[in-house]
Design a protein around this ligand. Structure first.
Ligand code: UDP
Length: 453
């Protein structure tokens, strides 16, 4: 009897944070649709919580095998501590990773750009490697050009912004908004220094990557992509047709029924991704601002989203009682389905890259509320380049006040030009991922390369 033909198999290695696991699961889903099998390697902690939440949501797509490696933390440690991961994951995971690549005879590894230490491990184990950027191409280009920015005196090797510079690449940002500078507060110079040093160090292994897979499109970031050799833009990535991909928390689907009952183009959707959080004052101000806006709203309040307020069932019940049927609060939304819903009017967002791409793909105007990392750069794209949103401004105390929220929601929803541009970008990005579009063609290019086993 002839042996069954084996499908090509690749390994995918995400950084263990929600905003990294989701797009890499989406990419994996796309690869399986084209006949490539995927070993998706998580930390043990994340593998378990993804399996648990996805069991309720249709399970892992066919063709994806969920593997795991311990993160090296103890039972009492915080398994979501990004600082610890950046420092400790290479030593905790390298040995086991190399062994897995060798024993499973993996020919290609797709490494998350925030795990670039693994490029060397995979190459050493004999695999070919591609890097995946969970950030915009602009942020990736900034990363590659960090030594030049230091040489030009825009910032120093400790991450101190040396002069008040505006970086005139696409999109324009202030030097203080460079992701590895804005990641750590000014009161944490050591953290800032570590960030910069880490980027400089991990950049050295970048030439090992045969290509940089980007969750973006040529239409959205032509200038930034032109700065990157070997970039393969194939976004915006979307959840596989079989269901959501890689959630750490189960989605609360009741909000979809609630959205069905709202008028078209009426609902303010508010979500700050997987890691942003607000202090008690800001949390209260946001709640008041939404109530003042007089519009229906859907608000994602994750566990630990705010400090100082105990967001348990009692809080949810009390909040519901106060706002009546006007607002709905969930702990985790089916975000892509929410943004695609006709009742959504705008998206109050921290401007994480995935949320940005998802909002653009569905033609939803933004109110940008960035906090750190690449979020300021993404805000600049939305407000200064694509023209699909406005930014929320902070007062002297650094608070986005309820009055600011009320007035910007009103202004955004009255602005027909912003809505028209958002709709134009929806059409452009949808065309890009549809058969024959630029991102679709790049996906096929990737599939063909990965078949070279
Ligand atoms: N997300 C979701 N439900 C929520 C909130 C967020 O599914 O209630 C998803 C969202 O669709 C996006 C990801 O979580 O894919 C967040 O990624 P992003 O880059 O926007 O932010 P991060 O969490 O990395 O800060």
């Amino acid at each position: 009897m002839a042996a069954a033909a084996t499908q090509p198999r690749v390994m995918v290695l995400p950084f263990p944070a929600q905003g990294h696991v989701i797009p890499l699961m989406e990419l994996s889903g796309k690869l399986t649709e084209h006949g490539i099998e995927v070993d998706f390697v998580n930390t043990e902690f994340n593998r378990d919580r993804i399996l648990e939440s996805m069991a309720e949501e249709g399970g892992i797509p066919d063709g994806i095998r969920m593997l795991s490696i311990p993160d090296g933390l103890g039972p009492g440690d915080d398994h979501a501590d990004i600082g610890k991961f950046v420092r400790d994951l290479p030593s905790a995971m390298s040995g086991r990773l190399e062994e897995m690549i060798r024993s499973n005879k993996i020919k290609w590894v797709i490494v998350d750009g925030s795990m670039s230490w693994a490029l060397e491990v995979a190459s050493k184990a004999g695999a070919r490697v591609a890097l995946f950027s969970t950030y915009s191409a602009a942020v990736f280009a900034l990363r590659v050009n960090l030594p030049k920015l230091i040489e030009d005196g825009v910032l120093d090797e400790n991450g101190n912004v040396s002069r008040k510079a505006r970086i005139q690449m696409m999109p324009p940002i202030d030097a203080s908004e460079i992701p590895w500078v804005s990641l750590a507060s000014t009161s944490a110079p050591e953290r800032r220094r570590n960030n910069i040093q880490n980027v400089l160090k991990t950049n050295l292994s970048m030439p090992l990557a045969e290509m940089i897979i980007c969750n973006t499109s040529v239409e959205m970031e032509p200038d930034a992509l032109a700065l990157l050799a070997n970039a393969l833009p194939l976004g915006p990535l979307v959840a596989p047709s079989s269901g959501p991909a890689g959630n750490f928390l189960p989605e609360d689907l009741t909000c979809l029924t609630w959205l069905d009952a709202q008028a078209p183009g009426s609902v303010v959707y508010v979500a700050f991704g997987s890691s942003g959080f607000l202090d008690a004052t800001q949390f209260q101000e946001l709640g008041d601002g939404l109530a003042l806006s007089g519009r229906p709203f859907l608000w994602v309040v994750r566990p630990k989203f705010t400090t100082g307020v105990d967001v348990g069932q009692d809080w949810f019940d009390e909040f519901k009682r106060c706002v009546g049927g006007k607002g709905m609060v969930v702990a985790w939304a089916p975000q892509q389905r929410v943004l695609a819903h006709p009742s959504i009017a705008c998206f109050v967002s921290h401007s994480g890259w995935n949320s940005t791409m998802e909002g653009v793909l569905h033609g939803v105007p933004f109110l940008c509320w960035p906090y750190f990392a690449d979020q300021f750069c993404n805000q600049s794209y939305i407000c200064n380049v694509w023209g699909t949103g406005v930014k929320l401004c902070r007062d002297e105390q650094g608070v986005v006040t309820k009055e600011e929220i009320e007035s910007k929601v009103a202004r955004l929803l009255e602005d027909g030009e912003i809505k028209a541009r958002a709709t134009m970008w929806k059409h452009k990005t949808s065309a890009s991922i549809a058969e024959g579009g630029s991102s679709y063609q790049n996906l096929l290019k990737l599939v063909n390369l990965l078949r070279e086993q």
